[in-house]
Design a protein around this ligand. Sequence first.
Ligand code: NI
Ligand code: MN
Length: 230
Amino acid sequence: MQIRYLSHASFQLTGKGGTVLIDPFFSGNAMAPVTAQDFDGVSAILITHGHHDHIGDTVEIAKRSGAVVVCIPEIATWLRRQGLENFCAMNLGGTATFPWGSAKMVPALHSSGVSSPEGVLEGGVCCGYLIKMDGLTVYHAGDTALTMEFTLLQGQGIDVALLPIGGHYTMDPTDAARAAAMIGPRIAVPMHYNTFPVVQVDPQDFARQVPPEIAVEIWSVGQVREFPSD
Ligand code: NI
Ligand code: MN
């Protein structure tokens, strides 16, 4: 299978059973290497929370591809009003199984209002995802602060942890390195940085602070990382 980094918190996971997008934020994102029009065959879109840089282009991509949208019920309610119909609305602790693998919704410590023309709407709570696909276990942290919740992920066999490092809205490189130490993944990958001026950081600053037994991989935007499938 492969994982493609699409900038910010956006990733594309492609496996034997389908293609999954996480937090597809391309419109209004100067770093995005793709547009919503590039995606037709999408199996699922996973949303971590209601902020615009995470819901992103979900409406357009889901409409053109028919992808099931995995999210918290409050965000599903809002997206239903935008014309989407195909949801897997679950909540923290839930796991859903699909032809391409499974996704478990896990806690993240952050806010989740949905900006709309009527003002900021209730977006439920934020989450991360523990995703299993073709024998690989991937953790996408969403937007989060450093939290004791990370200790619950230890021993879960996480191969790849995608961690926000940009600070200001989320963990900074130092806190993200502490998160990596608490989770203990095989590989730690920084995300959610250098997209906007307030999240400018040096990913090497993260890499330097991660314990040596964890491999840090700094993926460039648009890069595709191949993993051997089971
Ligand atoms: Ni956010
Ligand atoms: Mn964000």
